[in-house]
Design a protein around this ligand. Structure first.
Ligand code: TNX
Length: 523
């Protein structure tokens, strides 16, 4: 059966001959991250001029808004009008980007694919396309064909907005940065011992009290449900799905401080002494009494109270309210480092969370420890530390999301001189962050067991966008490439040269990146 594939066409009416040479005269040498599956250089170049027009042959609002997104990217720096016109063009077979002297054609069988292709066009155009002031220069793309498709379905990053709060605008900037590299999921860590960051209408004190501070004692903050919807919409327009996380039954002090009846007891955290609290028979203080707000960085000392009815009313209300305003398929229940929750209680918690998530129409996701529960085969287990939980999950039929701390944790310092980050798992230089394969990382696990990769950015040591960007860049493009590109031939020696050529693009985008000595940066 013949199915017409919608296309977006960048078309220049008149071609001016131009003597200024484009930096990259051949399509196959343009440093694109993530690397496309297939690139073939053609003859000549496509030049964007003031006469260029964007044609859309499928006049649905969704396709028109993608064409508009392309126009908006191009207009500020070129000063060109970039009119959009709806017209039928003969379609080309396959999902591809075809660049000739006259046309740049995007063919894709989904709007999402077209949006990803536009991120490639951004990288094919000169770096200055990212500037917001008008540049007087030529805008050429070498001719050729790019065919492309993702390796993994889930390609994500996580931002911890609980340890330090990040504003709606900061989250939008984060979304912009990950979308350039074709990532499609943003996991928001919305609660932790130090802060509760999303309005729950039926439990208002969670944010009014529990959102009041953060690590180091700053003023904290939270998103109203309206603001959360604004983040969702911004992400959706960039084909990014938000995964909300409420971390339970541990990492829950901000809720216990807000509603004492939820408190299953805590060990008073003393900085630097809590590592490896045994899972269990500790005598816990303060059951059913509100705790103090917490601004330190210890983990594993708080728990929900299993036997109180209020606990499951709370869990149901939180999951229901957030699920109702989350269009994506997943709800992440945390489940990590519940070191003062009794093992039997922990398993019961996970089983109940799973039922409640399912009753609200979502698929449960959780950190690897949830593999100890009676998890169903569509529950997603996020591997971060121990291979035994990854194996347990796969044996129960679950799929894994790969975030091994030694490789994929964006909050790990680059080396011992890094100004930000922790290093409990490893120092992660740019080469180490890039040089691993999710499909072979854990013995006994293979690609069919994995939905994809996520790079989490925990925020104990960072509190503003400059600091976020320093830890994200230049590692983020590498994680995006591991998720998107085919793994055959992946090699640091080649990648570092391609990455080095992105320095001017980072600068044009005002990204504060770490100038790793391992990368041959170009100016
Ligand atoms: C471990 S990884 C945690 C987080 C910390 C992080 C710091 C995981 C599921 N839990 O609570 O923020 O280490 O690197």
């Amino acid at each position: 059966m013949y199915q017409r594939i919608p296309t977006i066409l960048l078309f220049t009416l008149f071609l001016f001959s131009c003597d200024k040479k484009n930096k990259y005269s051949e399509l196959s040498v343009v440093p694109i991250i993530p690397q496309p599956a297939y690139v073939e250089s053609g003859r000549g170049v496509f030049e964007l001029t003031k006469n260029s027009i964007i044609y859309v042959d499928t006049a649905t609002p969704e396709w028109l808004s993608i064409a508009e997104a392309l126009a908006e990217k191009i207009r500020p720096s070129t000063g060109f009008a970039m009119n959009i016109s709806v017209a039928q063009q003969p379609t080309l077979p396959g999902i591809r980007l075809d660049i000739t002297e006259k046309f740049v054609t995007v063919s894709a069988n989904t709007a999402q694919g077209a949006f990803r292709a536009i991120q490639t066009i951004r990288q094919l155009l000169p770096t200055s396309i990212e500037l917001t002031s008008r540049q007087d220069m030529s805008w050429k793309i070498p001719a050729g064909v790019i065919r492309d498709f993702p390796s993994y379905a889930y390609r994500g990053a996580m931002l911890d907005v609980a340890r330090h709060f990040f504003s709606v605008n900061e989250v939008k900037r984060f979304i912009d940065l990950i979308s350039l590299y074709k990532m499609n999921y943003l996991h928001l860590h919305l609660s932790d011992d130090q802060g509760w960051r999303i309005e729950i209408k039926s439990w208002p004190n969670l944010t009014l009290h529990g959102g009041k501070t953060e690590v180091g004692g700053g003023e904290g903050g939270y998103y109203t449900q309206e603001q959360y919807k604004e983040i969702i919409k911004y992400a959706q327009e960039r084909y990014i799905t938000i995964v909300p996380e409420i971390d339970m039954p541990g990492h829950i002090n901000s809720a216990l401080a807000s509603y004492g009846e939820l408190n299953g007891g805590t060990i008073v955290p003393v900085e630097g002494r809590l590592t490896n609290v045994a899972n269990s028979n500790k005598i816990l203080d303060g059951k059913s009494k509100p705790t103090e707000l917490y601004t330190g960085v210890e983990v594993g000392w708080s728990t929900l109270r299993l036997e109180k009815e209020a606990t499951f009313r709370f869990v149901e209300d939180v999951i229901r309210e957030i699920s109702a305003i989350t269009p994506g398929p997943y709800f992440h229940i945390g489940g990590d480092e519940a070191q003062v929750t009794k093992k039997e209680d922990y398993v019961q918690f996970i089983n109940r969370f799973q039922q409640i998530v399912k009753a609200n129409g979502k698929t449960m996701m959780g950190w690897e420890e949830i593999a100890q529960g009676e998890i169903g085969n569509n529950t997603i287990v996020q591997h971060w530390n121990l291979p035994k939980y990854a194996m347990m999950a796969v044996e129960k039929g679950s799929k894994l999301l790969m975030s091994p701390a030694k490789k994929a944790y964006l909050d790990m310092s680059y080396d011992s001189t890094s100004s930000f980050g922790l290093h409990w798992a490893a120092f992660i230089e740019v080469d180490s962050a890039y040089s691993w394969n999710p499909a072979t990382y854990v013995d006994g696990i293979s690609k069919e067991n994995i939905i994809g990769i996520e790079a989490p950015l925990w925020s104990e040591t960072i509190s503003n966008m400059d600091e976020v960007e320093y830890l994200l860049f230049p590692r983020l493009p590498g994680y995006a490439e591991i998720g998107w590109s085919q793994e055959t031939g992946r090699n640091w020696e080649e990648y570092k040269v391609r990455l080095g050529k992105h320095a001017p693009r980072f600068k044009a985008m005002n990204i504060d990146f770490y100038r790793s000595k391992l990368v041959p940066w170009t100016n």
